[in-house]
Design a protein around this ligand. Structure first.
Ligand code: ZN
Length: 273
């Protein structure tokens, strides 16, 4: 399984590189995360990673021209690097390692919640950014520019639900194929959709409050770039914590999604697992 995981995740990583959704360091990240998840978790776990990878890569190319104008606002380009790969897949790889070392059904539920969250976030970002309505900051309701961390739109919220729900459905299909009951599979799909939406909400809340947001005095624009803006001018901290960037927010909210899924399972589904 280790060798198979290495081969499959290398193939995915190179596909991502070729499709221009991963940078060279992002390929390394995809191989690290993918090999760990395939080797420690197996097919069902690997399948959720593949669904996340393929659907987010397809969406990032959707309406690419419209997104190009927003690119300078983000701290990084559209190619995902090592830190982004670990921010999206790191918590899932840790859950897979947990399952390999101390096997327990809760790891699978947490893993589903983690990937439901990262998929929800990616879908919300890639589709919400195209919304015709201006996003509003989740905490204050203040309208902000498209692409601002912590900004939410109805389209983005719907996309988050879809992204989380798809992960839930795939996870449920694997549970059914392994001989699980239909009720349990439906419960898993619902728990994943709910936890992904919760994790994604947490991502927006952190993005609007704790994440470090900077300001370029030359362009008079908010940005996530530090220490310098795209124009070359230095940026200054506007709000949030300097050490908490978008990758940190993604990682933390994916853990929240995993905990919510495990908590739902413990409280609601415990008689069956
Ligand atoms: Zn500037």
């Amino acid at each position: 399984m280790l060798l198979l995981g290495l081969v499959l995740s290398s193939a995915l990583g190179l596909l991502g590189y070729w499709r221009r959704s991963l940078s060279a360091s992002g390929v390394l990240g995809a191989i690290l995360v993918g090999t760990t998840i395939f080797a420690a978790g197996g097919w069902a776990w690997g399948a959720l990673l593949v669904v996340f990878f393929l659907s987010s890569s397809a969406l990032s190319h959707f309406q690419e021209a419209a997104k190009q104008a927003l690119a300078e606002k983000f701290s990084k380009g559209s190619r995902r690097d090592l830190a982004q790969a670990l921010a999206n897949g790191g918590a899932g790889a840790l859950a897979a390692l947990g399952q390999a070392l101390w096997p327990h059904p809760l790891w699978w539920l947490a893993f589903t919640g983690i990937f439901a969250t990262v998929n929800a976030d990616t879908w919300a970002t890639e589709l919400g950014v195209l919304s015709r309505l201006p996003p509003r900051l989740i905490l204050t309701g203040r309208p902000v520019e498209a692409g601002t961390s912590g900004g939410v739109t109805p389209a983005g919220a719907l996309a988050a639900f879809g992204g989380a729900g798809l992960i839930g459905l795939v996870a449920a299909a694997f549970d059914l194929a392994a001989g699980g009951s239909a009720a349990l599979a439906a419960g898993l799909a619902l728990a994943a959709a709910l936890s992904g939406v919760c994790g994604s909400l947490c991502d927006s809340l952190l993005g609007a409050s704790a994440q470090g947001i900077y300001y370029c005095d030359v362009c008079q624009k908010e940005t996530e770039r530090f220490p310098r803006h795209g124009c070359g001018a230095p940026t200054r901290l506007l709000r949030g914590w300097r050490w908490l960037d978008n990758d940190g927010v993604n990682f933390l909210s994916s853990i929240v999604g995993g905990i919510v899924a495990a908590a739902i399972a413990l409280v609601v589904m415990s008689p069956w697992i």
